[in-house]
Design a protein around this ligand. Structure first.
Ligand code: 5GP
Ligand code: ZN
Length: 137
């Protein structure tokens, strides 16, 4: 039996409250429910994080996330919805099986993400972009 809690959920070895599934993804209620209607979209085949997804998994997660997000909007009429996804412990990942949070939001709901902007000069942006482009080439 897998040690990975989400692999066990996918396999039905531990219970989950599912809302949707297709060939590559499963969407189920986050046990923590930061706000009512908080759903996780996970890949079925284990991938640790975003870096490990293949093309089909990446496309399937995007499709399922958009579809389930619209259902959450229609079911709960939240004031907003955050899409949250963590890769690595430093980013706050606690379950190392790729998943996306669909989190309904309300004014002053206590959900905080500090965003310490640096606003560097354009030359800095160019330098950062060039490093990434080199890897993409
Ligand atoms: P992250 O890795 O993105 O920080 O968060 C993992 C999320 O998985 C948490 O929000 C946590 O509540 C949820 N979670 C952890 N274990 C289980 C579980 O066994 N079942 C469900 N439904 N959610 C879980
Ligand atoms: Zn897994």
């Amino acid at each position: 039996m897998s040690d990975c809690v989400f692999c066990r959920i996918v396999a039905g070895q531990i219970p989950s409250t599912r809302v949707f599934e297709d060939e590559d993804t499963v969407a189920f209620m986050d046990i923590g429910q930061v706000n009512p209607g908080h759903v996780l979209v996970a890949v079925k085949r284990h991938a640790d994080n975003l870096y490990a997804l293949d093309e089909a998994q990446a496309a399937a997660v995007a499709r399922t996330s958009a579809r389930v997000a619209r259902a959450i909007r229609d079911a709960f009429a939240p004031a907003g919805l955050s899409v949250y996804q963590a890769n690595g412990k430093a980013a706050g990942q606690t379950v190392f099986h790729y998943h996306v949070h669909l989190l309904p939001r309300h004014e002053a709901d206590g959900m905080e993400l500090t965003w310490p902007v640096k606003n560097p000069p354009r030359e800095k942006l160019e330098g950062y972009a060039e490093k990434i482009r080199t890897q993409l080439a």
